[in-house]
Design a protein around this ligand. Structure first.
Ligand SMILES: Cc1ncc(COP(=O)(O)O)c(C=O)c1O
Length: 435
């Protein structure tokens, strides 16, 4: 094992030995390399005369740049957009994203969390998480409706075992009893379990109520207290898009930070969907846990391992993307701009609810509960989902997603409010055509 990894492991062990038990084999071996990176960083501070350390090209004391590139980046300097970003992410963006977490999640008050490590979107964040914390065969518990890419990342690539529970009760709430049973059953068989929670949820658009979150937090705390190491991953890709009063307004991550030494909370979120910059590929991975008397040292060690994984994978996320997100977040108009976009999506969600309240659809489908996010789903009663999808696409030029035998997912995030009625009427027409 590299001596730097040993040093980080000693710091983590000293702060909270259960974190060491939770790290994967890769995670235990990870470190942040010194070598060229740290020599460059040192030279950046002290090499006032000549700095011949960095793997970029310079000209006239700034990064070399072609005007045809710079032409499109009005207002940004090449040094602040085209050079490499640190593997951890640019410090100013990490700080502003962390600060925003405290503002958006009141339950974080009084808790320390790590600085977020920047990833290439949340997809990459999940993959980095899996490198650092999951060994082949480890169990990941998640509901029976879930974003399909979890399977690709966690099972196909990392050989984790996915264990499912039914997502909703027949009455239309989150099935916390099924969650409770699944978590306890896996805890009885494993020293370590990973629970993946995603709210607002893809594909259903559901976010927990406060009472449901209370039960989930209580179950996880209880299982940790009984001696199982519990990693809880909150995929908050659609954070903030809560449209109904009952939907909990903060991340479950905030409720879980520091509640038990055997519980590690991991927040995966990003500017991609929250700030409507999908292709900029900016995600964040943040830790919250009990970390002893000097939590900053433990978090630093966890950040180094995580950034080491980024270094060995994509090296670093796009500097230009990070700069754009940071510039936007520090712009005085940022909050108002975000609120304006929220209002548009909220109006679409409300319109979907109003349209679907019409009893004319009742024979064709049931509506899954939704109160947030980009999506909602219906469960078809009389025709197959894929047959309906293909039919409405070919006959009416309408695209929706078929999931399994019975479910259709509608991304109302990309429908104008005025098109909502039309979409569901065409779906109903499609069902009638096929029946
Ligand atoms: C639940 C969930 N997590 C993560 C992602 C991926 O986000 P990103 O574009 O940041 O990789 C998606 C995208 O569809 C998603 O639905």
């Amino acid at each position: 094992m590299n001596p730097l990894a040993k040093d980080l492991n000693a710091i983590i062990e000293n702060g909270n030995p259960h974190l060491m038990e939770m790290l994967s084999e890769i995670g235990k071996n990870l470190f942040f390399p010194k070598g060229i990176l740290s020599q460059s960083a040192e030279a950046k501070e002290k090499a006032h005369k000549l700095n011949a350390t960095i793997g970029i090209a310079k000209e006239g004391n700034t990064a070399m740049v072609m005007p045809s590139v710079m032409h499109h980046l009005a207002g940004l300097s090449a040094d602040k957009s085209l050079t490499y970003a640190p593997s951890f992410g640019i410090p100013e963006l990490r700080k502003s994203w962390q600060q925003a977490q405290y503002e958006k999640n009141p339950s974080l008050a009084g808790h320390t969390i790590s600085l977020p490590v920047v990833t290439n979107g949340i997809t990459h964040g999940i993959s980095v998480f899996a490198d650092v914390w999951l060994d082949p065969g480890d169990v990941v518990i998640l509901p029976d409706m879930f974003w399909g890419n979890y399977n690709m990342i966690l099972n196909v690539r990392k050989h984790a075992r996915l264990s499912h529970y039914s997502i909703f009760t027949p009455e239309g709430g989150y099935d916390t009893a099924a969650f409770d049973a699944a978590v306890r059953a896996e805890a009885a068989k494993n020293d370590k379990i990973t629970v993946l929670l995603n709210f607002p949820h893809n594909p259903t658009g559901y976010t927990l109520t406060k009472a449901e979150a209370d039960r989930i937090v209580a179950v996880l705390a209880d299982v940790a207290a009984s001696g199982t190491n519990v990693i809880v991953v909150a995929d908050d890709a659609y954070f903030g898009l809560f449209f109904e009063p009952e939907a909990m307004r903060e991340s479950i991550f905030a409720r879980l930070c520091g509640i038990h030494p055997r519980l590690l909370a991991v927040k995966l979120d990003g500017a991609t969907k929250e700030n409507y910059v999908w292709g900029l590929r900016i995600g964040f991975l943040t830790y919250g846990c009990q970390a002893g008397a000097a939590p900053e040292k433990v978090y630093d060690a966890l950040e180094r391992k995580t950034a080491g994984d980024v270094r060995g994978n994509i090296s670093n996320a796009s500097h230009l993307s990070q700069r754009l997100v940071h510039e936007s977040m520090t712009n005085p108009a940022y909050k108002a701009e975000k609120e304006a976009k929220y209002k548009i999506l909220e109006a679409r969600a409300k319109k979907v609810k109003a349209v679907l309240a019409d009893p004319k659809y009742a024979d064709a489908w049931d509506v899954y509960p939704f109160n947030s996010g980009y999506f909602m789903c219906v469960r078809l009663k009389t025709v197959k989902a894929e047959a309906l999808r293909v039919h409405v696409l070919n006959t009416y030029g309408v695209g929706v997603i078929a999931l399994g035998e019975t479910d259709i997912r509608v991304a109302f995030s990309c429908l104008e409010e005025n098109d909502v009625q039309d979409l569901f009427d065409i779906l109903l027409q499609g069902v009638e055509d096929l029946s």
